[in-house]
Design a binder for this molecule. Structure first.
Ligand code: HEM
Length: 448
């Protein structure tokens, strides 16, 4: 194959297994050997050029979106999120739908959610009992799912939402280990052999979720446009260039993806934040001191602007990328990027992990040190937890708001501790990476 830099020579099946088992260790190994750019070959999936050089990534972000295909590179996620999810789209359709979906996730609309995020956090935390261990990630998932349900449907209560939450959490737990995740990355394992086969169970759960979503869509259609501003209402009111509305199947896939992308990632990041805050006493004390400085019942907009809280959030996202790389940018024609010549149809994959672990940008990168974000500014290609360019994460503002408000609410009202004082490693959970075991914690006191 031509123009693929630093091809890893090991057999493609071996590379695939290593990528599934430990995508971060895999990248560390080959960065040591090849530096900032190398090509992995994954059996059945193809060749991917991994990139850890911010200059090159900046050039990719700056290119006209028309230079790359991106949606078709995400095809592997189709069995999970469906054919009509935003991440699968290309070109004008992608641009149009992104524009449509932007308002509920930005600006003033976000402020409206702030109060709800704090209330939902207190609701979930009220179930913790002094001395009884709980899994931080599971609690965080309850909060983030309720928040995204509110944004997507305008509601997070009632029987259907309860059913939907339970099914979604259950469904995603089915891929919470490298072994179980392998079904997603090895399409030949995707055999629906009924209830007793892992893929069959996944598919059955997914059908149940689809059914609930379709019932919700039908009810909304019957009710008609009532001027609501939730994501479903916006999608239902949208018309394409020919004046066509979205079909039920299109709406269903879009909802499924928003629910999935909008809560898994945030829950995982929060679990990591709790882990580090309770592992390093100094970080916790600084955070508590900063929160205290705002006095009783602080203004929530002041809370989200606190510098140390923001730095803790940034450092968590730096150290624990929820996905190991950005979406692949597939070249549509031959292209030169920072002196590298690539053929058409090359899969370029900017790597969050490679960039965030550069010694020149982040000295001692394996240390959790929020102060680094107070000491210097990073450019949009030196710090990429939410990607960039035409595909930058749609929910980046919501995610950061939510992480800060949940942390502040919990720290101000509850005293927690880690159940075990041992290092926790990232582990594959489908396409994402999550703390192994979900971080066991215990409440030691509730502040009066
Ligand atoms: C800590 C939380 C989150 C992290 C770390 C995260 C990270 C990412 C990353 C890395 C991408 C790919 C960007 C690229 O390739 O340039 C992405 C895409 C996306 N994210 Fe997030 N995300 C988070 C939360 C959310 C939330 C709350 C939503 C809300 C719905 C969301 C919706 C999306 C969507 C719709 C896309 C696809 C964008 C497109 O294809 O145009 N994410 N996210």
């Amino acid at each position: 194959m031509s123009n693929l830099p630093n091809s890893i020579p090991q057999p493609a099946w071996w590379q695939l297994l290593s990528w599934i088992a430990d995508p971060l260790g895999f990248q560390d190994t080959y960065r040591q050997k090849y530096g900032d750019i190398f090509t992995m070959h994954l059996s059945g999936l193809g060749a991917f050029v991994l990139i850890g050089d911010p200059k090159m990534i900046q050039e990719i972000f700056n290119q006209d979106a028309k230079q790359f295909d991106i949606g078709r590179g995400n095809k592997i996620a189709e069995p999970l999120v469906g054919r009509y999810a935003l991440m699968m789209m290309e070109g004008d359709r992608h641009r149009r739908e992104r524009k449509l979906l932007m308002p509920p996730f930005h600006g003033e609309r976000l402020q409206i959610y702030s109060q709800q995020i704090c209330q939902l956090t207190k609701q979930v935390a009220s179930q913790w009992q002094v001395g009884q261990p709980f899994i931080a990630r599971t609690s965080m998932q309850k909060i983030s799912l309720a928040v995204i349900m509110q944004i997507v449907f305008g509601l997070s209560e009632g029987k259907r939402y309860q059913q939907l939450s339970t099914l979604l959490a259950d469904w995603l737990d089915m891929i919470d280990s490298p072994l179980r995740s392998s079904m997603l990355l090895m399409p030949f394992l995707q055999k629906d052999l009924g209830e007793w086969s892992p893929w069959g169970r996944m598919k059955q759960r997914q059908r149940q979720i689809h059914e609930l979503l379709l019932i919700e869509i039908a009810e909304r259609r019957a009710l008609g446009d009532r001027g609501q501003t939730d994501v479903l209402s916006l999608l239902m009111a949208a018309r394409d260039e020919q004046g066509q509305a979205m079909t039920d199947e299109e709406l269903r896939d879009e909802l499924m993806f928003m629910l999935f992308a909008g809560h898994e990632t945030t829950a995982t990041t929060l679990a990591w934040a709790f882990y580090q805050i309770h592992r390093i006493a100094d970080v916790r004390e600084k955070l508590l001191g900063e929160l205290d400085s705002l006095g009783e019942s602080p203004n929530l907009m002041e809370v989200v602007q606190l510098p140390y809280l923001s730095a803790v959030c940034q450092e968590t996202l730096r150290m624990y990328p929820v996905i190991p790389t950005l979406f692949a940018r597939i070249t549509k024609s031959p292209i030169a990027i920072t002196g590298h010549q690539f053929d058409a149809d090359t899969y370029l994959m900017p790597s969050i992990h490679l960039v965030h672990n550069r010694e020149d940008l982040y000295p001692e990168p394996k240390q959790f040190r929020p102060e680094r974000f107070l000491e210097r500014q990073y450019s949009p290609s030196e710090y990429i937890p939410f990607g960039g360019g035409s595909r930058r994460c749609l929910g980046y503002a919501l995610a950061q708001l939510e992480i800060k408000l949940v942390l502040a609410t919990v720290l101000a009202n509850y005293q927690l501790a880690l159940v075990e004082d041992r290092p926790i490693k990232p582990q594959r959970r489908g396409f994402t990476l999550s703390p192994a075991g979900g971080v066991q914690m215990v409440m030691t006191r509730k502040n009066e």
